[in-house]
Design a protein around this ligand. Structure first.
Ligand SMILES: NC(=O)C1=CN([C@@H]2O[C@H](COP(=O)(O)OP(=O)(O)OC[C@H]3O[C@@H](n4cnc5c(N)ncnc54)[C@H](OP(=O)(O)O)[C@@H]3O)[C@@H](O)[C@H]2O)C=CC1
Ligand SMILES: Nc1nc(=O)c2c([nH]1)NC[C@@H]1CN(c3ccc(C(=O)N[C@@H](CCC(=O)O)C(=O)O)cc3)C=[N+]21
Length: 385
């Protein structure tokens, strides 16, 4: 575990000031009222949002303009800045993109779709997860995925194999799930034990059930113009979904992805390219990472190095998506550690226009995208629109 800290003071942001989205089935906010809301980190003065403290946890919100209060509810709060900074903003302060709330909103949408599918054609989406070994972090992720499946109505199938299992045993389970019509998605939790060949195993997952999007055919299609992958990897898809749902433009922007792994960095760069960004990739052999990163309007950091991206790496007004999840020692936490991102959050908040926190940023979106991919898979297999 690393010990790393770049913060000099405790976080001060306290209150929500957000872009609002009506929940499904409720009327939209009239566009003229949306003028003036802080979108993508730009705060415009003509409208203010305040949250009723009592209803705040449910995401209810008041929208206030010069004529008085209008009450719209329930809304999902997507992002926040501190109230005092929002009201009298002289010091720059980033919008905090609330991945947890956005993921909750997506789970709500998925729940509605799943019950519609069940009612209309009697199909329940199924996700199979294969875990080999007992790494603590992997066990936690798998448990969280199972809970998330239950919460939206996906049936989960779980296989836990001992660390010393053979590749053949894993392949046997994959083959069983490939043939099982009740399973619409298969996820093999990574990393696998070192004696196993990851490529052989990922290649064995049926491309129609590859909800992680790690099959080479899916990745290959993601990289090609005019081709469509059946599934897009969950974490990068979650990053782009955060940008979309916060109304952050990608087209024509300079984007820098830090990290080039098969599961995050590389597909994130491909997705940004598909969104018409101009993309650079920083990796461990990049000579001038700070210089490259400081050109970016959008930064996706997926490195695994706590607080690597400092304030000086960030162009004022940039949007930062921090994928990193790094445990750092913290004697004051009951677990003895806490999670930090790859970006120095405190410094980023002062310079960026929008930033995702860790935890509560990209992590919950990864799981939401997995559920979304599983639902899409079931819909595709049963030709259900
Ligand atoms: N929020 C979420 O849902 C998820 C979070 N994560 C987190 O994201 C982070 C990255 O994960 P993952 O992609 O799997 O990690 P990998 O270790 O597979 O990849 C890390 C990448 O970062 C690059 N890198 C490492 N050190 C440096 C450095 N000093 N300067 C520049 N580049 C560097 C590596 O470069 P090179 O290729 O040259 O070695 C590599 O491309 C981790 O913290 C992980 O826990 C991961 C998955 C999901
Ligand atoms: N086949 C496969 N697919 C994956 O998608 C995959 C994988 N293997 N191996 C490991 C990584 C990592 N990953 C995360 C998912 C959710 C959170 C998450 O929800 N994090 C919470 C914090 C959780 C906590 O407190 O521990 C948050 O950021 O708020 C984090 C990390 C998926 N991965």
């Amino acid at each position: 575990m690393a010990f790393a800290d770049c913060s000099t003071s405790a976080p001060t942001r306290t209150f929500l000031f957000s872009r609002l989205r009506p929940r499904r089935g409720l009327p939209s906010i009239p566009p003229h009222l949306l003028r003036g809301l802080p979108v993508a980190g730009f705060r415009l003065p003509s409208l203010r949002i305040t949250n009723s403290p009592s209803s705040f946890p449910k995401g209810n919100a008041f929208l206030r303009n010069k004529q008085g209060f209008r009450h719209f509810r329930p809304f999902t709060v997507l992002a926040s800045v501190s109230a005092s900074e929002a009201a009298i903003s002289t010091e720059a302060s980033a919008m905090v993109i609330d991945g947890k709330s956005i993921a909750k909103e997506i789970r709500h949408e998925i729940t509605t779709e799943i019950s519609r599918m069940k009612d209309e054609i009697g199909v329940i989406p199924g996700l199979a997860v294969i875990l080999v070994g007992d790494r603590k972090d992997s066990t936690t992720y798998v448990r969280n995925k199972k809970k998330a499946c239950e919460s939206v109505g996906i049936k989960s199938y779980e296989v836990c194999l001992p660390e010393d299992s053979t590749e053949e045993e894993v392949l046997k389970f994959i083959s069983g799930f490939n043939d099982d019509p009740e399973v619409h998605g298969i996820l093999v939790q990574l990393p696998l034990p070192s004696h196993m060949n990851e490529q052989n195993i990922l290649n064995a997952v049926s491309i129609e059930k590859d909800v992680d999007g790690f099959h080479p055919l899916n990745i290959g299609r993601l990289a090609m113009r005019g081709r469509e992958p059946l599934f897009v990897p969950c974490t990068p898809k979650g990053c782009i979904e955060l940008l979309h749902r916060c109304n952050i433009d990608i087209k024509g922007k300079q984007a820098v992805v830090i990290g080039r792994s098969n599961i995050v960095g590389m597909p994130a760069a491909l997705l940004l390219l598909r969104e018409d960004a101009t993309v650079s990739i920083v990796h461990s052999r990049t000579k001038n990472p700070e210089e490259v990163t400081s050109q970016a309007d959008i930064i996706i950091a997926a490195v695994g190095q706590p607080n690597m991206v400092r304030g000086s790496w960030i162009k004022p007004g940039a949007v930062i998506i921090d994928v990193g999840i790094n445990p750092v020692e913290d004697a004051t936490s009951p677990r003895g550690y806490r999670l930090v991102g790859d970006v120095c959050y405190e410094e980023a908040c002062k310079i960026a226009s929008a930033v995702t926190p860790v935890p509560g940023g990209v992590g919950p979106m990864t799981i939401a995208m997995l559920l979304s991919n599983t639902l899409s898979s079931a819909k595709r297999m049963h030709n259900f629109q």
